[in-house]
Design a protein around this ligand. Sequence first.
Ligand code: SAH
Length: 490
Amino acid sequence: MNKGKVYIVGAGPGDLELLSLKAKRCVEEADCIVYDRLINKRILKFAKPDAELIYLGKLNTEGGVIQDEINKTLVREALKGKVVTRLKGGDPFVFGRGGEEIQEILKDEIPFEVVPGITSSISVPAYSGIPVTHRGISRSFHVFTGHTMEDGGWHNFDAIAKLKGTLVFLMGVKNLDLITGDLIKNGKDPETPVGIIEKGSTSKQRVIRGTLSTIVEIAKKEDVKPPAIIIIGGVVNLRDEFNWFEKKELFGKKILVTRDEKQAEAMSSVIEKKGGEAVELPLIQIEDQMKDYDYSEIKKYSCLLFNSQNAVRSFFRYLPDMRLLGDIKIGVVGVKTKEELLKVKLVPDFMPEEYIGELLAKEACDCTKEEDKILFVTSDISPNNPEEWSAKYKRNFEKLAAYKTVKIKKDKSEVEETLKGVDIVTFLSSSTVEAFVESLDGNLDGIKGVKFASIGPVTSETMKKLGLSVDIEAKIFTAEGVLKSIEEAM
Ligand code: SAH
């Protein structure tokens, strides 16, 4: 009997890139993924399309009932012969109950492996600019749970208060007054610096500081919420100099990416690289239209024009032999379009300065003769009308719709749910704007407080027409350009 396999995997504290290569492989291989609340949901994108994703989150980490259900689920799914990946926040053995899960699956002799993760107890302080040890300040660090035991038992604070090293408490928000009170009672200096780091390593990271004697009051005023880490000791003051993460360009911003699923990833990773949080809600889908195209037609044309990355990608995807292009001239508009062409080792003959389709027609005149045939490769909904250019430029322009942009209408409730906490919605095309407004059934009342960013004037026009404010407009008409303008606007 194939008993499957269970990977007990630590997913790190929240920043997607703190996932280990091994953890990523376990997600890629899994037939079934059981994950909890503290993991970055973008990790799940590495899963196979048909992998079963089971969310068993627990708001209260001591919820015994849900732990039972997790254990049972791991056993049940593995015994079906599946590879089961159990994804946990931080490290699976640091207050992660990974050991209990192993004891359970061992009863059925199910094979397992443990993939350690970057525990929040060190990495969350690091993201707030606090090293857990530092020469001359702290020669050790000690990690505690902030929960009391079921029978009310508690740590030996007499011993803890004597420790010279850094004290780190996980799950301690609820018992903050007990922790600080017992430390002071047992002789720890009330002036010892304390930091509380909420949602560390995410774009919503927040740090509250005080001393053993003041922090309870401050935390109450600031309404500190879990997940948060309490760190106590002189190292906390190093944050004044070492704070780095919160200075990143997009720190604190939750940004909605609405572009095609395949292209969303590139934009999301730039957002996260800059310290923001990306949420994806694809509102269009790009569909290739070139599968049945007769590429032998190409020899009729003396020039090919491309106005988007997708146009280049779709055109070359099915081209059977590069030599069919002969010495045809090629023009592109947009840096991204050019980059895509360079990927297939073709250097465009010309590229207009400005991102305006018609300039392609104008510049094509320099390398073609009157009455030459010129093919404009674009999307089905391109606003450009090459037939109109023919009379003006004395060439025969034709349009080839190499791909289709299909709008995706989402459920109103799904859009509203996704928008929770989002600061900025980005639109990279008019169709995404239309799909957004259509998904909300035209009712924009529920989206107050959100800002809208557009890739350029055409998209902005559509936004205004459909009742959305244009809070930010890119100066460079690319996804990076949009993010750059968001940074500047902040
Ligand atoms: N196994 C995890 C800890 C699980 S216990 C690890 O190794 O990190 C859950 C506690 O971890 C939370 O209550 C909080 O104290 C801490 N924690 C986890 N992720 C955190 C984050 N991103 N920011 C702040 N605290 C975090």
